[in-house]
Structures are given as structure tokens and as C-alpha cells.
Design a protein around this ligand. Structure first.
Ligand code: COA
Length: 186
């Protein structure tokens, strides 16, 4: 993606966020670790609470308009070479781990939490379970990954799928809920 700011601007952008948070609560702020050659697009929203940890590996690319959110105590990690397509949302309340070389297309949603559907959303009651996505996966456009899901290495999730259950390594899954279409040819 041309025209994206590179690591220095990414670091400065993230430092700015940390300082903003520091003004609110001096003793804790997000811990953000950014690897080498990270590229961050325009209009990326960093919603990081004090005490959150975000780890961005080397050579990651975060495209325009992505939202990265991490609550207090949450750990959100992008492995080396991960690509996050434009207007994707990744929101962690406990843990989201995206493996090296994994690509998310645009408008993907990955969250490790829900509102409790039996309570009004304004109650603030959340159900939280970690999400793990392996290495070299491809999540196609508009995929949604719900809380508690583990996706194995080298798995492909087809456009518009909603992943509500674990997917093994090396499969192509499509649909709502996502189910296995076939194994990848390696
Ligand atoms: C899943 C995908 C990779 C195709 O995999 P494939 O193994 O080549 O699958 P095929 O095209 O041979 O289709 C096999 C069957 O799955 C169905 N299918 C394919 N993609 C599907 C999808 N996303 N959702 C539901 N069904 C799908 C096909 O209709 C076909 O069904 P049929 O046998 O009843 O006709 C592709 O369809 C897809 O979703 N691409 C994502 C495009 C995208 O988002 N690109 C972003 C670029 S980063």
C-alpha cells in the first residue's frame, strides 16, 4: 500500500495516544510495542485503555480506517507480517492473537467479547473469551470472528462468513456459521 506512514510515524501516533491517556491517569497507560517497518494508514483509530498491551510485529501493515481497541488488562498481538485491511475492527477485552503472515481483507471484525444478549447493552455486561488466529491465514472481506474462536494455521475464511466455532488448520471455510468447504492444496 503506497502512501502509508512508516514506523516512525506509527510510533509517534501511538505515543501521542499514550500521552493523552497519561493525562487522565498518570500511573498506568497502554503499553504499545511496535516492530520494525510497520506501516499505518490514515485515519486509524487507536482505542487503548490504560493497562492495555498492544504488540505489533515487524513488517505489519495496518490500512486506512482500521480500529484497534484494547481494554484495560487486554493483550492484542499482531504477528510479524500481518496485514489488516481497511476499516477492519479488532477489539480485545482479554486477548486477541493474530499470527504471523495472516491477512485480513477489508471490513473484517474480530472481537473477543459480546454484550450479554440477555441484558440491555446499556447494562455494560460483557461476555469475554479469547480469540486466537494462526499464522498465514486469510480472512476475506467482511468476515466476522466471534468471541472464543480459534482458527488454525493457513486457514482461509471466505467472504462474508461468520466464524462462531473453531476452525482447524489448513481448511477453507465459508458461510454463516462458517463451515469447512475443503482443505487447502499445499
Ligand atoms: C472461499 C473462496 C476463496 C473460494 O474458494 P474455492 O475453494 O476456490 O471455492 P469455489 O469458488 O470453488 O466454490 C466452491 C463452492 O463454495 C461456494 N462459495 C465460495 N465462496 C463462498 C463464500 N464466500 N460464501 C459462501 N459460499 C461460497 C461456491 O458457491 C461453491 O458452491 P457450489 O459448489 O454449490 O457451487 C472465495 O469464494 C472467497 O470467498 N473469496 C474472497 C474474496 C475476497 O474477499 N477477496 C478479498 C481480497 S484480500
Amino acid at each position: 500500500m503506497s502512501g502509508l506512514p512508516t514506523t516512525t510515524q506509527a510510533r509517534n501516533s501511538l505515543r501521542g495516544k499514550a500521552m493523552h491517556v497519561r493525562g487522565v491517569l498518570a500511573s498506568t497507560r497502554p503499553e504499545v510495542r511496535v516492530g520494525r517497518n510497520v506501516r499505518v494508514g490514515r485515519g486509524v483509530r487507536w482505542r487503548l485503555e490504560p493497562g492495555a498491551t498492544v504488540i505489533i510485529g515487524n513488517a505489519c501493515e495496518i490500512d486506512d480506517g482500521v480500529t484497534i481497541a484494547a481494554a484495560r488488562g487486554a493483550v492484542l498481538r499482531l504477528g510479524d507480517g500481518a496485514f489488516i485491511g481497511h476499516h477492519t475492527t479488532i477489539a480485545a477485552r482479554e486477548s486477541i492473537d493474530i499470527g504471523p503472515g495472516t491477512f485480513c481483507a477489508e471490513l473484517v471484525s474480530i472481537r473477543d467479547h459480546d454484550h450479554d444478549p440477555d441484558q440491555p447493552p446499556s447494562s455494560g455486561t460483557n461476555r469475554v473469551t479469547p480469540v486466537t488466529i494462526g499464522r498465514d491465514c486469510w480472512l476475506a472481506t467482511k468476515v466476522t470472528v466471534t468471541r472464543g474462536v480459534t482458527i488454525g494455521d493457513r486457514t482461509v475464511v471466505g467472504a462474508n462468513a461468520v466464524v462462531t466455532h473453531d476452525l482447524l488448520s489448513g481448511v477453507i471455510a465459508v458461510g454463516i456459521p462458517a463451515s469447512v468447504l475443503r482443505h487447502v492444496d499445499d
